[in-house]
Write a protein that binds this ligand. Structure first.
Ligand code: SF4
Ligand code: SF4
Ligand code: FES
Length: 497
């Protein structure tokens, strides 16, 4: 393997690795705007210029693939001067509205300027005002913040309908949106994460707290069987944003950000980050660099609106109770002879194991609830819209129609229904006929004369454990944790048998 010597550090890299990624392996960050591993190289921003030994002029690092030993200097005075010039040009027409920009704290124009940018503004001519436009139902474009890196243009060309293009030339270049062309691709949301500055804004999380104030976890999306890697962010115990993880890692570990001590959470403070390991940049940049729009926004349907209090339904009314009172009521479960337990394919392997143990010890029938099945696509999205169908098949023997029918026919006097995200057209709390019903879900049903006890379910980004995504066991990590969780409920029921 060729050896890359960069800023005095030596590292072996795979032949053909792009120099920007090869440098990251050595812990050296080469600033870049237009380069992105998902997209074709265009070398148009000139932010990544470096000095390569044996070449007469600085070279854009994104155009270089390491195929032989080479020596690179990224801290050369000429290179620093050029970076400064690029930033000065970009800032000429920029509104510098960082205090109101949602990407403040995670913007590469802000951060690069802080390190290499001009200290003063020399241009005092007329500033071009370009305003903002709507790209789609959930995405806005603030044109004055754009650095014309064309990542969004190239991404939409590849995965959608080319809704954004650059028009005019040179200094007059501008982004033009073709809303009538908007095809509603299931991947358009990725342009928000791809944008290195605050030009493309997610309208849904526009007014969320600053990037440095939120808590982050690196986990897996649970909205289909694929399990894409995602970053989940929370603020005061509530989930506020889901996004792809690569941008965050740029900022989390490399020397650039630790050098200026920016206020991003420290790399080791992020839940789930240990799974990545120390020297896995090639892996990071080859896997899961995008997510679908269902993963980005679909989780909100689980969280909002949502019941978060334990409730008991009696005489046609719901009443809030605490966990201690709930435990007293749960004891009734053990007194029933014929019992059934239904488990959602959103349950982790660990939860499924403990509910299986409960079924065995309490002599109850157990069945998986069927997942929602909808047409996926050939890019990422799978048909099975739940994370752990395979785990449920392995651990509790899958969906058992006779147990589902038994619950509908009143065969069981006590039923535990952990129904989060399952296909409730097959079995739901309305068509279960049982004297004692425990419901674990995100929303409590209306009493409608039924007697039940409702315990709020913990949602996928609120628990740790493993899912068998497409048969491969992968970890998930919580960004917030809620109590009591399902494992505690099952263990309590085991303890009273
Ligand atoms: S909107 Fe963002 S991603 Fe698109 S060209 Fe401008 S800076 Fe680049
Ligand atoms: S394809 Fe979409 S829904 Fe499926 S895991 Fe990835 S982001 Fe989530
Ligand atoms: S990242 Fe290399 S020229 Fe833009």
């Amino acid at each position: 393997m060729p050896i890359l010597k960069i800023d005095g550090k030596e590292v072996e890299v795979e032949k053909g690795t792009n120099l920007v990624l090869a440098a990251l392996k050595a812990g050296v960050y080469i600033p870049h705007y237009c380069y992105h591993p998902l997209l074709p190289v265009v070398a148009q921003c000139r932010m990544c210029l470096v000095k390569i030994e044996g070449t007469p002029k600085p070279t854009p690092a994104c155009t270089v693939y390491v195929d032989k030993d080479m020596s690179v200097d990224t801290q050369n005075e000429q290179v620093k001067k050029l970076r400064n010039t690029v930033l000065e040009l970009l800032l000429q027409h920029h509104p510098v509205d960082c205090p109101v920009c949602p990407r403040s704290g995670e913007c590469d124009l802000q951060n690069f300027t802080y390190i290499w940018g001009p200290e003063q503004k020399r241009y005092d001519g007329v500033r071009r005002l370009k305003g903002w436009s709507r790209v789609s139902e959930k995405i806005l474009l603030f044109k004055e913040r754009c650095v014309l890196c064309t990542r969004c243009v190239r991404f939409l060309e590849k995965y959608s309908n080319s809704e954004i293009q650059v028009t005019r030339r040179a200094f007059a270049s501008d982004l033009m949106i073709f809303p009538e062309k908007f095809a509603g691709s299931n991947y358009s949301g990725n342009i928000i994460d791809l944008c290195p500055v605050g030009a493309l804004v997610d309208e849904v999380s526009n007014f969320m707290p600053r990037a440095w104030r939120v808590k982050k976890a690196l986990t897996r999306c649970a909205l289909c069987e694929r399990g894409c890697r995602i970053i989940v962010e929370s603020w005061k115990g509530e989930i506020v944003r889901v996004k792809t993880f690569d941008n965050m890692l740029d900022k989390a570990e490399n020397h650039l950000y630790s050098k200026v001590e920016l206020v991003q959470p420290a790399y080791e403070e992020i839940e789930g980050i240990e799974e990545i390991g120390e020297h896995s940049y090639e892996k990071l940049y080859s896997e899961d660099l995008m997510i679908c729009d269902i993963g980005r926004w679909g989780w909100r349907e689980f969280f909002y609106p949502r019941d978060t209090k334990i409730m008991v339904a009696e005489n046609g009314e719901k009443k809030e109770i605490d966990w201690e009172s709930c435990k007293k009521i749960l004891k009734v479960f053990a007194e029933h002879e014929k019992k059934a337990i239904f488990i959602t394919p959103f349950a982790t392997n660990e939860e499924m194991r403990v509910f299986s143990e409960l079924a065995e010890k309490s002599n109850s029938k157990i069945s998986l609830l069927p997942p929602i099945i909808k047409q996926g696509d050939k890019i990422l999205l799978k048909d099975t819209r739940a994370p752990n169908l395979k785990g449920g098949e392995k651990i509790i023997g899958g969906v058992k129609q006779e147990v589902i029918d038994g619950a509908k026919n009143g065969e069981f006097s006590a039923v535990l229904f952990y129904g989060l995200g399952a296909d409730k057209t097959k079995l739901n709390t309305e068509n279960i006929k049982a004297k004692f019903l425990i419901i674990i879900d995100n929303k409590a049903p209306e009493p409608n004369g039924n007697q039940f006890i409702f315990i709020p379910a913990t949602l996928p980004y609120e628990k740790r454990g493993t899912y068998e995504f497409e048969g491969n066991s992968k970890r998930i990590y919580p960004v917030v944790e809620r109590r009591p969780n399902e494992t505690e409920i099952a263990k309590f029921l085991i303890s009273i048998l």
